[in-house]
Design a protein around this ligand. Structure first.
Ligand code: B12
Ligand code: SF4
Length: 466
């Protein structure tokens, strides 16, 4: 074996994810594997999702060491550092890639990574595997898109790697090397429908300040519609899923592409329920029609805030009204809507929180998810708040989600904001339709939760995060 690819996501170590139980396979390393195998490399994958650190460590200690490549995102940092330390002890040469390590090159090099890879890994690994096997530091300095320690221990970075121009020339992800059926079955057991994932494009050209663009930059490259349909058709035949998730950043970014894709699906008489993510400004009547016709049952829309001031501060590039009409449009086509919302962005005041509550009540999506905003290193948002960023845990034990922002309201404050939002929306829902309270007891409960949340917001108003 010339390379073992893995990732640090262990479902059974994550109590929150164990409740959610919606695992998806790590497409990035599956793409790396298929590319490298097509080039003649002997590559294997250790999929950690349903496994345990101990099982991976056993493999690392017992297999003849070669090159270990690890996908890392901001949540998997501690697990990846554990893997690096065992791998180094066992004599592996180690490479880390994915969205996280580029922002923490020194830290990863210090804790066991021999090389950090920036951006897409396919072309870089093709050169890196032989260099790590046969060459020394000199060989590394000729490879674009990496960082490593030079002769005197200094961090050496090479020029950026050119991205793959033609995604259609790339093989599909190597799903057959891992147990996809187990993913599908896990979905089916916990949600009644087995799901598969695929991507139709790479990268997003928008500039939302808090969003990580480490891997694909601001490019957007799409695959040909018919070739995506080939992959989906194969997935349907091979794994017989009940639904699919199109894991693109903005699936509906290109209406012309979507129409061609829909026409090809229709021509082959293919249809599968699916969910995807989009932006309010990339949805219009024609796009909503295509989505409905294709079987889209839920669309996730980044709404983030009901305050235009905050949306503008985020450089989100959409208006509150656009979100409201996009949600209404999708609903009118029978597509469920999910909204992402963020508390605590720079500049958010009580009136912006109220605006978000009014917005969600008015928009009434089927489901909404909230987070307290966190600055991901490498993003403009992080740079903006950097002087106020404080760590709540040692770097190696946490993630960028643990950053505190000095002077911002406390987590307790945002818990009350969340309680207020949820109770207000539930109350508004219970009174909608027939114009009176559907359940007077429920309504009374909600009213008291609203009062409790408002009192909580007042009492926590001067509590700050750090
Ligand atoms: C699908 C997805 C998910 C899914 C499923 C994850 C999965 N198993 O696939 C779900 C919904 C579960 C999810 C959850 C989260 N996600 Co997510 N997710 C994505 C998304 C939209 C697509 C991932 C994908 O398939 N990409 C396509 C493949 C081809 O790209 P790739 O994985 O990056 O791989 C390439 C390179 O990174 C590189 N590479 C990858 N691995 C390796 C390894 C080596 C050795 C090398 C050399 C190179 C290399 O080469 C690959 C091929 O070119 C990305 C955004 C994006 N467009 O990538 C966000 C993204 C990865 N997620 C992100 C975040 C923040 C999260 C959450 C923390 C969100 C939250 N608040 O809960 C959680 C964390 C979950 C966890 N416990 O790990 C961030 C990560 C930021 C960061 N710095 O780490 C991203 C980048 C979104 C963003 N733009 O901010 N996510
Ligand atoms: S949040 Fe979505 S639309 Fe904005 S830059 Fe990131 S991927 Fe693109």
């Amino acid at each position: 074996m010339e390379m073992l690819l893995t990732h640090g996501y262990f479902l059974h170590e994550d109590p929150k994810e164990l409740q959610i139980m919606k695992p998806y396979p790590p497409l990035g390393i599956l793409y790396l594997s298929s590319h490298l195998r097509a080039k003649g490399f002997d590559v294997e994958i250790f999929d950690t999702t349903f496994s345990s650190p101990g099982q991976l460590y056993d493999v690392l200690r017992s297999a003849p060491p070669s090159v270990l490549g690890i996908y890392t995102n901001l949540m998997t940092r501690p697990a990846v550092l554990g893997i690096l330390s065992v791998a180094k002890e066992a004599g592996w040469r180690t490479v880390v890639g994915g969205p996280e390590p580029a922002a923490y090159v020194e830290e990863y090099l210090q804790r066991g990574a021999d090389v950090v890879v920036f951006g897409e890994g396919e072309l870089t690994l093709e050169e890196l595997i032989p260099a790590l096997r046969d060459g020394g530091r000199h060989a590394l300095s000729a490879i674009d898109g990496i960082a490593f320690r030079g002769e005197h221990g200094q961090v050496q970075r090479t020029p950026p790697r050119t991205q793959i121009r033609d995604l259609d020339g790339q093989p599909w992800p190597d799903r057959e090397l891992i147990d996809i059926d187990r993913y599908v079955q896990t979905w089916r057991t916990h949600h009644g429908a087995g799901s598969v994932s695929l991507i139709t494009a790479r990268g997003c050209p928008y500039r939302c300040r808090w969003c990580s663009h480490e891997v694909f930059g601001k490019t957007h490259r799409r695959r040909k519609p018919a070739l995506v349909v080939d992959e989906l058709e194969w997935l349907l035949n091979r794994y017989v899923p009940d639904m699919a998730w199109i894991a693109d950043d903005v699936f509906t970014i290109h209406p012309g592409w979507l129409s061609q894709y829909a026409a090809e699906m229709k021509r082959r008489r293919l249809k599968i329920p699916f969910e995807c993510i989009s932006r309010a400004d990339r949805l219009n009547a024609q796009v909503a029609d295509r989505l409905a016709e294709l079987g889209c049952f839920r669309i996730w829309i980044g709404s983030e805030s009901g305050s235009q001031k905050i949306l503008d501060a985020m450089e989100r590039g959409v208006t509150v009204e656009q979100v409201q009409s996009a949600v209404a449009l999708c609903k009118s086509r029978g597509i469920q809507t999910g909204m992402f919302l963020m508390w605590g962005y720079v500049g958010e005041e009580m009136e912006d929180i109220e605006a978000t509550i009014t917005h969600v009540k008015r928009t009434n999506p089927d489901v909404f998810l909230t987070t307290v905003s966190y600055p991901i290193k490498g993003t403009p948002y992080f740079d903006e708040v950097a002087p106020k960023v404080m760590s709540s845990r040692p770097w190696a034990e946490g993630s960028d989600r643990d950053y505190l922002i000095a002077g911002r309201h406390s987590r307790r404050f945002y818990k009350f904001a969340d309680q207020l939002l949820r109770s207000e929306v539930d109350l508004a829902r219970s009174t909608k339709g027939n114009g009176h309270l559907a359940d007077s007891l429920g309504a009374a409960d909600l009213q008291s939760r609203i009062e409790e949340a408002r009192a909580g917001l007042k009492s926590a108003f001067f509590e700050v995060e750090a």
